[in-house]
Write a protein that binds this ligand. Structure first.
Ligand code: GRF
Length: 223
């Protein structure tokens, strides 16, 4: 009897956690078109989460204007005012924790998070990368693929771990490179796919539909 009621309590606890809407933070250093895509999608669809916070390391990031336009709390910290990356990241961590953030989405965030930060938010940080990982890691994924001459590249959304562009992969979608495509045309195609799959991955996370088994991420859509 005692065991049964204990079981009920913990089952209710699980249900409560699942039902709680996730508080999403987006980190962006530049244009913020992925931030916009997630914002728009979250307003039009039931993703069980809300973008409540935008952070940038770049005071001139257009992402900050997008956040202001959407009435989302936004914050910028200049690395120049900190004596080390460690201290900088710890300050961001403090803010993120005080905002009760459940999920951090890196969307063109150009700084590598310190491992202390990543460990605090293990499996709660997502990143989007403009290539089919593990090919073409790094800052110039689109250009590198284009110049390499591959016929197919694409987009990857993955969990962030302590290696660059490496954590377990949630979604990937290929993009064909045609002979006549310019780099600019390829960039456009890639961004279009990014704006489609990043919001989806965010939704899966917020609805607790992702299960990580080693390097594999299983998506368990409940509709
Ligand atoms: C995207 O191509 C993303 O894949 C990469 O940085 C770019 C950010 O673009 N990580 P935006 O700032 O979201 O427009």
């Amino acid at each position: 009897m005692k065991n049964n009621s204990l079981n009920k309590v913990s089952q209710n606890e699980v249900k409560k956690n699942e039902a709680r809407r996730k508080r999403i933070a987006i980190f962006a250093s530049g244009n913020g078109s992925n931030l916009q895509a997630i914002l728009d999608y979250s307003l039009k669809n039931d993703i069980n989460g809300d973008v409540v916070f935008v952070f940038s390391n770049n005071p001139d990031a257009y992402a900050l204007i997008r956040a202001k336009n959407a009435n989302v709390k936004n914050f910028c910290l200049d690395l120049k005012n900190f004596s080390s990356r460690q201290l900088y990241d710890m300050e961001i961590l403090k803010i993120v924790k005080s905002e009760n953030i459940d999920l951090i989405c890196l969307a063109g965030y150009m700084l590598i998070l310190s491992s202390d930060f990543i460990n605090e938010y293990q499996y709660k940080i997502l990143n989007i990368h403009p290539s089919l990982l593990p090919s073409f890691k790094g800052t110039h994924g689109i250009k590198d693929a284009f110049e390499y001459g591959v016929k197919v590249t694409g987009v990857t959304v993955h969990f962030v771990d302590n290696e660059l562009d490496h954590g377990p992969i949630i979604l990937q979608e290929p993009v064909k490179i045609n002979d006549e495509d310019s780099l600019e045309q390829l960039e456009e195609k890639i961004h279009k796919v990014e704006h489609k799959i990043y919001p989806l991955a965010v939704k899966y996370f917020c609805k607790d539909e992702l299960k990580i088994i080693g390097r594999k991420v299983i998506i368990n859509e409940r509709g």
